[in-house]
Design a protein around this ligand. Sequence first.
Ligand code: S3P
Length: 444
Amino acid sequence: MPDPSPLTARRAGPLQGRLRVPGDKSISHRALILGALTVGETAITGLLEGEDVHRTADAMRALGAEVERTAEGVWKVRGVGVGGFVSPKATLDLGNSGTGCRLILGAVAGNPVTVTVDGDASLRKRPMRRVLDPLARMGAKVVAIADEGRLPLTLAGARDPMPIDYEPPVPSAQLKSAVLLAGLAAPGETTVLEAEATRDHTEKMLRHFGATIRVKPVGAHDRGRRIVLQGQPELEAAPVVVPADPSSAAFPLVAALLVPGSELVLEAVMTNPLRTGLYNTLREMGAQIETLETRSDGGEEIADLRVRASALKGVEVPADRAPSMIDEYPILAVAAAFAEGRTVMRGLSELRVKESDRLAATAEMLRVNGVDVEIQGDDLIVNGKGRAQGGGTVATHMDHRLAMSALVMGLASEQAVQADDTAFIATSFPDFTGLMRSLGADLS
Ligand code: S3P
């Protein structure tokens, strides 16, 4: 585990400039894992070089793929083909990464290999049964597991995997993706029926590599998806361009909204509608976020966004918006503290099983900085006063997004805010501190 590195954020002048945040974490994991399952060499550009993604790259090597970094953000993966993984010689250590862990469990479940998976103290607290249950139905066997379905665990993949029809009990792209990745090695059709659509990067990338996959909107207001994957495709290598991560862009974007006089242009941010719930919510709150130029890159819509400091007002965020902004509640809660009036964020039970219990930790972050906040059931309620006192030290619980949210809060609060440990920011946004300083932020 890295040494804790506390950091303090203070009010300074406006934030100004143009920036491009690192590549999307979700797409980066998928590019490495699907690249490892193709035949041929996949060239990836814009890969996020964060800790979590490095762990996935190491895991793909251990499973038999060749993975090589040739320049900054430029990687090559020579895959083993569907069903071609070998048993790793050592435990796969996925560090802090729930996405890497759950997607890799799915990817190995259809291969006749035995894999032991472990992670850091945060990942060891996160539930794995949710993904192991459908994988067991497909023929994989849990050989060993820690108490209450946590890591470390050993999974024996299926020699003859079976396709299933699966309805995830919670809206989770990780769960959906694990089942689809396992379904690659199964004969026939694997079906996932989502009551609420979650990020669709796995489906898009499977198609990009040549799989046959049908996706149909279903349910009230077309909010759900029926996804049918034809098993045992020959996946063919194809180049992948990773767009900038909207979940990372959220931090400088909210900082610019809150620090008076700020104006930033965020370049080439992915605007996949299944990822932009925060942006829609902030606009409802009165944020000036202007879309400058939209285009598409690597199969995803991207846009340059201009953001200006804005007066915000409290809003209601409905529960059905959560899948499109699941990682953005800590930073939305910071924005809500600086808004005038009450913001109610509904239906946040999934936040309890992220890198930390993000519902409790987000409320605590605001509370120690003098903000009026409460949790009612699964809802988070922030009574914004247009300003925040600050002066607190935020416990970040090995959670990168809490650390970045706390620092953004400090940039706009009356007194400085300290994050007790910022080491985990490296999982998703390695140069966050340097980049924020280059825009004018006071972080020390
Ligand atoms: C992710 C899915 C989400 C999200 C995570 C990335 C993915 O998790 O929180 O950061 O890449 O599929 P869940 O699927 O568990 O909601």
